[in-house]
Write a protein that binds this ligand. Structure first.
Ligand SMILES: N[C@@H](CCC(=O)N[C@@H](CS)C(=O)NCC(=O)O)C(=O)O
Length: 237
């Protein structure tokens, strides 16, 4: 298994001027974008399972996308997408499961039925969580996003055999962290709102995730993120 603590060389994103890779040559490829939180979920999954050598990262420049990506790889024209066994599949939540089931490495879901059921519940809530927080950026985040962070704080109390949603690290943490990471940076910078204040479990969860080697290299550049969100949310007002 690849050692997640060894720093991986990250390839340069492909753009409209780049040739396609030799698609369907038997190589497993994760088409990604280093700044995309959905793609980050699958990137963390790959790293955690030690699949750095089995699943090749193919970063795409989404601002200047190569035409072949939509035409030959993934008609939805989004990232993430995984090329594996002669097909391309997408959707980050499906891909976490797919990579977990179809590849070697530590399992990302426990066998305990109570934990499994809670995992489903939390994964089902993730879209609502993300939408609630993103929408609050245009209104009053403390009032509107506060209850969503409280929901996570409460969920983190459910299992006390570790600091993660299911006690031990799992797919659920991977589903949430790319978004929570961005929300924490942006809300602190733009509004001086600290999402961890008064939420000790959430604070501990973030602290413990920051120790996970599979996650560290996938983290977004805070400065770039703040600029990107400022431009994006200002443009919508
Ligand atoms: N539901 C998808 C969302 C993926 C997504 O929206 N990715 C963005 C980048 S963060 C994208 O590819 N956007 C390009 C586009 O929509 O044209 C998933 O969970 O994988």
């Amino acid at each position: 298994m690849a050692d997640a603590s060894v720093k991986e060389h990250l390839p340069t994103p492909l753009d409209a001027t780049s040739n396609p890779p030799p698609i369907f040559d038997g190589t497993t490829r994760l088409y990604t974008c280093y700044t995309c939180p959905f793609a980050q979920r699958v990137w963390i999954t790959r790293n955690y399972k030690g699949l750095q050598e089995k699943i090749k990262l193919v970063p795409i420049n989404l601002q200047n996308r190569p035409a072949w990506y939509k035409e030959k790889v993934y008609p939805e024209n989004k990232v993430p997408a995984l090329e594996h066994n002669g097909k391309v599949i997408g959707e980050s939540l499906d891909l976490i499961k797919y990579v977990d089931i179809n590849f070697e490495g530590p399992s990302l879901l426990p066998n305990d039925p109570a934990k499994k059921a809670f995992a489903e519940e939390l994964v089902a809530y993730s879209d609502t969580f993300n939408k609630t927080v993103f929408t609050s950026f245009k209104g009053d985040p403390v009032k509107e996003a506060g209850p969503a962070f409280d929901h996570l704080e409460k969920a983190l109390h459910k299992f006390d055999d570790g600091p993660f949603f299911l006690g031990q690290f799992s797919a659920v943490d991977i589903v949430y962290i790319p978004f929570v990471e961005r929300f924490q940076i942006f809300l602190l910078d733009a509004l001086k709102y600290d999402i961890t204040a008064g939420r000790p479990k959430l604070a501990k969860w973030i602290e413990e995730l920051n120790k996970i080697d599979a996650y560290k290299p996938t983290k977004t550049d805070p400065k770039e993120l703040v600029e990107f969100y400022k431009a994006r949310f200002a443009a919508q007002q």
